[in-house]
Design a binder for this molecule. Structure first.
Ligand SMILES: Nc1ncnc2c1ncn2[C@@H]1O[C@H](COP(=O)(O)OP(=O)(O)OP(=O)(O)O)[C@@H](O)[C@H]1O
Ligand SMILES: [Mg+2]
Length: 357
């Protein structure tokens, strides 16, 4: 009768290679970003002729391939030349000049960093880097707490390109003039993927990550549609993995529409993982906002105080601004009502990396 033919046996899996769904997995070829990678490459090209390179400010929404495109270019560069040092740093983890210099030392294989001050470290790095050319990529640059290293690099490293990656271009207007005037970057905007591109990326990952024919067509379509709506490939990869897990949980050989719906229900859980990076009070505020999403800022502050929150209103406002900048919440200024102007605060379905940190 074949009643059990669709049941997955205990030693079977729907996943052919689940590593492909990791957020830092690098596909061999990156589609749809040829132009962007070309622009990056042309900023680096002068370094091949022992001239100074050009700087680039890269910006765009989360999960649309900025990091991947940059890493791809660096990888290709490494295969082409030994004369250019590629230095990639994620500024979320390395957010001060000291940490960045320690990281550069480590990338250069210099180990005697113990007890050295930031300026001593810079002199060591400078000594090594000025023998060749360098391409620096500072990813998530809006997480930087100080910029002294950037000034030193601009002034004292001779042949270099500096790429800064950010979620929006406003960061540039906030940095000091002495740095801005030396940086003079070209701008490179990453636009979100359109429906066809999203479809292409998601289907490609399905092909590599899962065994053939385990996905029902309408389930794929829903996953693509939702990924496109979220505008973030990372959340799409999460959906694929979770839908696969949901199907396996019920021992099914097919991933269906319902499995994708289950994965969609889990999306908020995924988003909140990024909160590990937040300080305790911001986490606490975020919890309050979660419970009061869509309320006015005054109401949320009241709830915060009632839950024993200690920050004064000004500090509270600053933390709200930071949460917004880091993409956890959105705010909307409204006029009308008895208070005149006020701000409405809502939680965002952010889909930041689980594995990156
Ligand atoms: N064109 C593409 N082809 C295949 N995979 C892609 C493509 N673009 C993005 N991805 C995948 O989407 C995920 C997010 O990409 P990436 O990390 O580069 O985003 P980002 O723009 O740097 O986001 P954020 O601003 O949050 O750092 C990664 O897992 C990446 O492999
Ligand atoms: Mg990134």
């Amino acid at each position: 009768m074949g009643m059990f033919k669709d049941i997955l046996k205990s030693d079977e899996s729907l996943f052919k290679n689940s590593v492909v769904l990791d957020y830092d997995y690098m596909p061999k070829i990156m589609k749809y970003r040829e132009g962007e990678q070309q622009q990056m490459a042309s900023c680096i090209k002068p370094l091949f002729q022992k001239r100074n390179g050009r700087n680039l400010f890269i910006y765009g929404k989360p999960g649309i391939g900025k990091t991947l495109a940059c890493k791809n270019v660096l990888k290709e560069l490494e295969q082409e030349s030994d004369e250019i040092f590629p230095i990639y740093i994620n500024c979320w983890q390395k957010n001060t000049s000291f940490k960045i210099l320690i990281e550069i030392c480590s990338l250069l294989g210099y180990k005697l960093t113990h007890n050295k001050k930031t300026c001593e470290l810079f002199n060591i790095v400078k000594g090594i880097l000025n023998k060749k050319s360098v391409i620096f990529v500072f990813d998530e640059a809006d997480k930087l707490d100080d910029f002294d290293f950037l000034y030193s690099i601009l002034e004292e490293i001779y042949r270099k390109s500096i790429f800064l990656i950010n979620n929006d271009s406003s960061w540039l207007s906030e940095i000091e003039d002495r740095i801005k005037s030396r940086l003079m970057p070209e701008m490179l905007e990453f636009r979100p993927y359109d429906g066809i591109e999203t479809d292409g990326i998601i289907r490609e990952r399905i092909e590599y990550a899962f065994f053939e024919n385990v996905w029902q067509e309408e389930a794929i379509e829903l996953a693509v549609e939702k990924t496109f709506e979220l505008g973030d490939i990372r959340s799409g990869l999460y959906l694929l993995r979770e839908a696969g897990n949901a199907a396996e949980d019920r021992s099914s050989r097919k991933i269906t529409l319902d499995d994708v719906k289950k994965a969609l229900d889990k999306l908020p859980e995924f988003s909140s993982k990024k909160t590990n990076e937040l300080d305790e009070d911001k986490k606490f505020i975020l919890e309050i906002i979660k419970k009061n999403s869509g309320e006015k800022i005054g109401e949320i502050y009241k709830a915060y105080q009632e839950a024993n929150g200690k920050a004064v209103y000004k500090t509270f406002q600053r933390k709200i601004a930071k949460l917004e900048k880091d993409n956890f919440i959105s705010t909307e200024k409204i006029t009308g009502g008895k208070e005149g102007k006020t701000t409405i605060i809502s939680i965002k379905n952010i889909t930041k990396k689980i594995t990156d940190f």
